[in-house]
Design a protein. Structure first.
Length: 586
């Protein structure tokens, strides 16, 4: 009972320990959950900028999220993952991604789905910890997306249609200080594919953006700097919950859920939950559920969607149900339904954006051929490192079952014992603690609970066996060694999987290509490839000291016309600092 009690309160103890540093003061009463949820200190806050406001389907949306949380919270260990979603006014999610979150915020890009209808959409940003509070506290930004293959797009771009002004949104009490950031270019007019030198003077201390600035260079009409987020102060806030459901992701992306007894509909406490990531670079971690049947896994820094297998080994024979938390917010928000209309300036730029997107797509393959080849991933090491010893079945005479293989070749490190109608595998090693815990049995990284299912497999289906004959802690579970078996086909050799198990796909960090812009200073090889990018330049993290002048360089494209340079930062109090200048490409 003592051991179970310690495991049950472990998450609260972790939070309490992390918050007891000099930056955080935690009282004994009320309880830690109540204190964390009611205190403004622990309310995370973000502001979201995008490189422009109008996009075509298939394009990248560059974003920069500024972290406006309390400075004390930013200094401590807290959220390290930010969630970015593309929503319509009906709360339908058309794209969702996860990104690394630093103390200063985050940056990256999402891609607009190719089949998305023309209309106004919202991008929102939040952390898993913020899901304990009202979704109206998330960061929201309004954008316009145009599908060039949609009939309604032609109707809207018809010059006979009455023009409308910018959608009216309640942006709240956001203070915008324009022209506080000074910028200039070395010339007013440039030819195609020529270098632009941009000089930016950082404001002095009284108007400083401590986490840097973002710089966007786009066609005039592609951005509306008068729309800076949404304010939902007129909506009633959700009632603050009395207990924490979602913990801050301090060590990267987490996967959480509950185990309940199916017939009784009660939590399955202290059940062993085994999680395996299958496919290339397999992975395993275990967790002993808390009293309320909850489990929580922290995952490695993967940048891909992974196929997972989760299985439960309950303390009794009762069938259980595995409930995995949705990794993205499911709370509905009353988003303003903005009728899709374009201003006169936006109508002028929209056809150009659509044409440039299609041209960019057509020549993407040619640009890829001129790019440097990607680095080969380094050799992957399994979570347990180097095994104590490895046996390849092909190096030995054929035996009918793995049980005889163990008897003949793996004694005395591994032995098989018989108890009534079942077999057990026992490990022996230099550490005497190994005898107190059962070993972890893995077949193609899928956990095996019944040793008989493993032992009856014919060695002809098995490629090799790796053994770690020492006590091993994985997650919050301890094992008396590890036996990792690999089949030739990676198909768990056809054994039956337990009833209390499921396969599912799970998103990790969004894969991101390195964002580079063409350099025409000494690379004539790609002169024949058209360059009509809609965002000429984007720098999400420009930094400098108060009063300092910083220079940036980029090259113009083949797209002529007037370009706007927009620099945006934000103070700790949430005031937006803005600067802009312009130039012409002839």
């Amino acid at each position: 009972m003592i051991r179970n009690r310690i495991i049950w309160i472990l998450p609260i103890l972790i939070i309490r320990g992390l918050l007891s540093s000099s930056s955080f003061i935690v009282a004994q009463k009320p309880g830690p959950d109540s204190l964390l949820l009611k205190s403004d200190l622990y309310r995370e806050k973000f502001h979201l900028f995008t490189d422009r406001n109008i996009y075509a389907t298939g394009e990248k949306i560059f974003f920069r999220a500024f972290n406006l949380s309390d400075p004390a919270l930013k200094k401590g260990p807290w959220s390290t993952v930010i969630y970015i979603e593309l929503l319509d006014a009906a709360n339908n999610s058309h794209s969702n991604s996860k990104f690394h979150l630093e103390k200063w915020g985050a940056s990256g890009y999402i891609t607009v789905p190719a089949n998305l209808p023309t209309g106004n959409y919202y991008i929102r940003a939040y952390t898993k910890w913020m899901r304990n509070f009202s979704p109206y506290e998330y960061a929201y930004s309004l954008i316009t997306i145009i599908n060039p293959f949609s009939e309604e797009t032609n109707d809207i771009l018809n010059p006979e249609v009455k023009e409308d002004s910018t959608p009216h949104l309640n942006t709240g009490e956001i203070m915008v200080i324009k022209d506080i950031v000074k910028c200039s270019t070395s010339q007013e007019d440039y030819k195609k594919r020529k270098k632009v030198t941009l000089n930016i003077k950082i404001p002095y201390k009284e108007w400083i953006s401590p986490d840097g600035y973002c710089v966007s260079v786009i066609k005039s009409g592609a951005i509306n700097s008068n729309m800076y987020g949404l304010n939902f102060s007129n909506f009633k806030e959700h009632e603050i919950p009395s207990e924490i459901k979602f913990y801050p992701e301090m060590k990267g992306i987490s996967l959480s859920g509950s185990i309940i007894k199916k017939d009784l509909n009660i939590p399955s406490a202290y059940s062993e939950v085994h999680l395996s990531a299958l496919g290339e670079n397999p992975y395993y971690i275990g967790y002993l559920t808390e009293q309320q049947g909850r489990f929580l896994f922290s995952l490695p820094d993967w940048h891909e969607s992974r196929n997972f297998y989760i299985a439960v080994e309950a303390k009794d024979e009762d069938p259980v149900e595995i409930l995995i938390d949705n990794d993205f917010s499911t709370d509905l928000v009353n988003l303003p339904g903005i009728p899709f209309t374009l201003s006169g300036e936006e109508k002028n730029i929209a056809p150009e954006i659509m044409f440039n997107m299609q041209l960019d797509k057509a020549y993407k393959h040619a640009r890829d051929l001129t790019a440097d080849s990607a680095m080969v991933n380094p050799q992957y090491n399994f979570f347990y490192g180097n095994p104590t010893f490895t046996l390849k079945t092909g190096d030995y005479v054929k035996l009918p079952t793995l049980e005889e293989f163990f008897h003949e070749l793996m004694m005395p490190s591994v032995s098989v014992t018989k108890r009534k109608d079942r077999s057990d595998i026992v490990m022996k090693g230099n550490n005497p603690d190994i005898a107190f815990y059962k070993p972890l049995l893995l077949l193609d990284f899928v956990p095996v609970f019944n040793a008989d299912n493993l032992l009856k497999i014919s060695p002809e289906y098995i490629r090799q066996i790796e053994v770690i004959n020492s006590t091993y802690v994985r997650g919050n579970m301890c094992f008396g060694g590890i036996i990792s078996v690999f089949s030739h086909k990676g198909d768990v050799a056809g054994i039956d999987l337990p009833e209390n198990s499921i396969f599912f796909d799970f998103k990790t960090y969004e894969p991101q290509d390195e964002i580079t812009f063409p350099d025409y200073s000494d690379s004539p090889a790609n002169k024949r490839i058209p360059d009509f990018r809609n965002t000429m330049y984007w720098n999400p993290d420009l930094r400098g000291s108060p009063g300092e002048t910083i220079s940036c360089e980029f090259f113009t494209s083949d797209n002529t016309g007037e370009y706007i340079i927009l620099i945006r930062g934000i103070t700790e109090q949430g005031s937006i600092l803005e600067g802009h200048c312009s130039f012409i490409v002839e």
